[in-house]
Design a protein around this ligand. Structure first.
Ligand code: NAD
Length: 414
């Protein structure tokens, strides 16, 4: 049976702890989220009726600093999923070496089924309900699946209205006009590009002969198509929730963007032939970038993945069962907690700029991002090569060891 995200996250931590010989008490602390909040979010619909949605905010760990993590709006959000994503954020921040713990939030809702006014009311009420947990020194949310910079703007405004003054550092991924950072919008995709570049270089592969398939055409997937094409790769396939397109000679990023802007989907783009989402994962290519949901590469399709390298743009796209199959087959999986940390890294830059009220130009943001991503890549690879273990386990060990060290140094309260 395929694992849930929370089971996957726990089994990765357990395995890392076993290999590291981690103190059982510290292991137990890290297995348990520090705090989990469930909130009822009642809003008035445009029809005048009141409907109650369920929301969550989980702080997995705050030992290394305020917690950081996105807010997800999706009908399939569960507390267990939010807990898993919060734990992965803890490791991700530690691997990148940024001074944050891990958190995540979510609301069980299909945002596309709400009007803009309903979405704003939902966001403001959710922000007020999780208000006691968030703040620039406590916990700093950001966008994730189904949320965007406008939603971050509403959260910033709601929090600021209650505080009585503007608090830009309470969320990241905000619009530029209210304290957002240049480069934040495409930071996750840019990080995916830097990691792809480093991986191809390490393997001695030629960038301009590398065929890439990308699942998901949202905030991570769409800029990744453009940035990987700019790097020199041939992006042969892309998909969204409705289906995908394939062209072995390469897809035009600008053509795709224009088609998505006109129709709301990549499906029907005339620069390629139609494929299903299942076909995308098994398409002939060298690098596969899952950038949609978790649990996409499972024991049911891992055997048929043609790519030699998987760069995880999404969080948790590969189940532990699939990981084992891919490892046997010699497929390199560059894990989410390393590959998609560009987003949280530039979120950190945004927060630093907000706290200092002093803003950087885009070159400075991108240069600092590249430095952090390349450093993290080398740190993870060193552990993988030294211990002869898969990259995901190496990354988890790096993250867990940094958090464990901070935990032991601080000591246990009281
Ligand atoms: P998004 O909502 O902007 O885009 C999601 C994309 O996935 C859309 O194109 C959607 O159509 C597609 N999709 C949804 N269900 C699908 C399905 N069943 N099959 C194929 N495609 C499907 O979300 P996003 O922010 O791009 O996030 C994507 C993933 O990346 C998530 O796992 C998220 O946690 C992770 N992530 C995002 C960021 C960020 O900065 N946005 C940072 C790190 C990780």
């Amino acid at each position: 049976m395929t694992s849930s995200a929370w089971e996957s996250a726990l089994s990765q931590l357990d395995e890392a702890s076993r290999i590291m010989n981690l103190d059982p008490g510290v292991h137990d602390v890290l297995r348990n989220p520090k705090r989990s909040l469930t909130v009822a979010v009642p809003i008035k619909l445009d029809s005048g009726l009141v409907k109650v949605f369920t929301g969550y905010r989980v702080h997995h760990n705050t030992t290394r600093g305020p917690s950081k993590g996105g807010i997800r709006y999706h009908p399939a959000v569960t507390l267990d999923e939010v807990k898993a994503l919060a734990m992965w954020m803890t490791w991700k921040c530690a691997i990148a070496g940024i001074p944050y713990g891990g958190a995540k939030g979510g609301v069980v809702v299909d945002p596309k089924a709400l009007s803009r006014d309903e979405l704003e009311r939902l966001t403001r009420r959710y922000a007020a309900e999780i208000g006691p947990l968030i703040g620039p020194e406590r916990d700093v949310p950001a966008p994730d699946l189904g949320t965007d910079e406008q939603i971050m703007g509403w959260i910033m405004d709601t929090y600021s209205m209650i505080a009585g003054h503007s608090v830009p550092g309470v969320v990241t991924g905000k619009p530029l006009s209210i304290g957002g950072s240049l480069g934040r919008g495409e930071a996750t995709s840019r990080g995916v590009m830097y990691i792809t570049e480093a991986t191809l270089k390490h393997r001695g592969a030629k960038v301009d002969e590398t065929r890439v398939a990308i699942q998901g055409y949202g905030k991570v997937g769409a800029p990744a198509v453009r940035l990987l094409t700019e790097l020199g790769c041939i992006v042969v396939a892309v998909s969204d929730v409705n289906g995908g397109v394939y062209n072995p000679r390469g897809l035009s990023p600008t053509g795709l963007e224009a088609h998505r802007d006109d129709t709301g989907t990549v499906v029907g783009f005339e620069g390629g032939e139609s494929i299903t989402n299942e076909e995308l994962l098994e398409i002939p290519c060298d690098v596969l970038v899952p950038a949609a949901l978790e649990g996409q590469i499972t024991e049911n399709n891992a055997e048929r993945v043609k790519a030699e390298v998987i760069i995880e743009g999404a969080n948790g796209p590969t189940t532990p069962e699939a990981d084992a199959i891919l490892e046997d087959r010699g497929v390199l999986v560059v894990p989410d907690i390393l590959a998609n940390s560009g987003g949280v890294t530039v979120s950190y830059f945004e927060w630093v700029q907000d706290l200092q009220a002093y803003f950087w130009d885009e070159d400075e943001v991108n240069m600092k991002l590249r430095r952090i991503m390349e450093r993290a890549y080398v740190d993870v690879l060193d552990i993988a090569e030294e211990r002869k273990i898969p990259t995901r386990m190496a990354a988890t060990i790096l993250g867990v060891s940094r958090v464990a060290e901070a935990h032991v140094t601080r000591g246990l309260f009281p």
